[in-house]
Design a protein around this ligand. Structure first.
Ligand code: SF4
Length: 365
């Protein structure tokens, strides 16, 4: 028997927004409990409204492991998130990313060969296995989580980075943190580690651009990666807001630079930013340094507060934006028709190693 062909995507771009939304609702209703839609806070509103559960990477990672009845986990986020959902869900469950082009430029800044080669190079200077805990930000590929799992390391998110670093330092005296230098630096600084005890590993340079002495002295070795969205926020933006709005509270994401985080009143993950603003009194003024879709949603949700975007230019995650209603509809309608489009399947050996690292993270929360 020949397999029917999957429903094509292109005709969906000819539908009106209303028609498309009606079809998404219909497909969702037909699929019922068999499909759960997870939506990251940075998703555009048109897609976010259809999520059964919303949250940051940590919350969604946990949810993925707590929905055993859903055969399909449709992840409206980026590639590494769907990988985590695949790793933490049961073997019968299938994680789906509606658009395979929804990646994360930060996650792409560290890959397994580069991290292995850094590990070996550092290993020529100090005994890595007894002295260094590798910690990867959840914004990384599954094989890097696997690397951490196999080398006594773990994973962190922007919600729990300090707790995870404390866990790491209880075991070994140094940390190799990748791929986001800013989250690593900001979290370590908040734990009282001085900037002098942190070094930056530049993967394109011999020995990471570091001397043996620097490696021996360092407590934290930071990978030279960053988020192209959060690096747009500058200390001058904070100064400007404080000048024109003296009572304003500045809250930023720890993927912003050290200088920005030092000047802010508060820093936290998307969940933590949201709860800080939600719990604030009516009439309070906020300038927020994180992705635009989240800030616009908070503005809309809380008209009794004055909420501003910290940067004068648009800072949007263009890869998150790849998930549009057409791709969502396409993935859902194909499920209704018996096709799984864009399944995310981490090879079992990598998934087993990565799960060790993820489980260590989940155990310290
Ligand atoms: S906002 Fe930055 S870190 Fe988050 S998914 Fe987009 S590129 Fe990656």
């Amino acid at each position: 028997m020949t397999k029917p062909t999957p429903i094509p995507l292109e005709p969906l771009y000819e539908l009106s927004d209303q028609a498309l939304e009606a079809r998404i609702r219909q497909a969702k209703e037909t699929l019922g409990e068999s499909c759960v839609i997870l939506g990251h806070h940075y998703q555009r509103e048109e897609v976010y409204q259809f999520a059964d559960f919303t949250g940051d990477s940590l919350k969604l990672a946990r949810l993925a492991s707590q929905k055993p009845d859903a055969r399909y986990i449709l992840f409206c986020g980026v590639h590494f998130m769907a990988e985590v959902a695949d790793i933490l869900s049961s073997p019968e469950q299938i994680a789906i990313l509606p658009d395979m082009a929804a990646g994360c430029s930060m996650a792409d800044m560290a890959d397994l060969p580069a991290v292995e080669s850094a590990w070996q190079a550092i290993g020529k200077v100090i005994d890595v296995e007894s002295m260094v805990t590798p910690v990867t930000y959840v914004n990384s590929m599954a094989d890097l989580k696997g690397f951490c799992g196999d080398h006594g390391g773990t994973v962190c998110t922007s919600s729990n980075a300090e707790k995870v670093l404390a866990w790491a330092f209880e075991r070994r005296e140094k940390v190799l943190f990748f791929p986001d230098q800013h989250l690593g630096r900001n979290s370590a600084a908040r734990m009282g580690i001085s900037l002098d005890e942190m070094v930056l590993w530049k993967p394109t340079q011999p020995n990471g651009g570091l001397s043996d002495e620097q490696i021996k002295k360092a407590k934290v070795i930071l990978w030279d990666g960053f988020c192209s969205v959060h690096q747009m926020f500058q200390p001058a933006h904070i100064d400007l807001f404080r000048q024109k709005m003296p009572g304003v509270q500045i809250t930023v994401h720890p993927e912003c630079s050290y200088e920005v985080c030092q000047k802010a009143d508060h820093l936290g993950s998307t969940e933590q930013i949201q709860s800080a603003v939600r719990n604030a009194p009516s009439g309070s003024q906020w300038a927020i340094g994180t992705e635009l879709n989240l800030v616009n949603r908070l503005k809309h949700e809380m008209p009794d507060k004055e909420i501003h975007f910290l940067c004068p230019t648009i800072c949007m995650c263009s890869t998150m934006f790849r998930i549009d209603t057409q791709h969502l509809c396409w993935a859902l309608e194909n499920l209704v028709a018996g096709h799984v489009v864009n399944p995310i399947s981490v090879p079992p050996a990598v998934a087993a190693s990565a799960k060790k690292a993820l489980d260590r993270m989940l155990s310290v929360l």
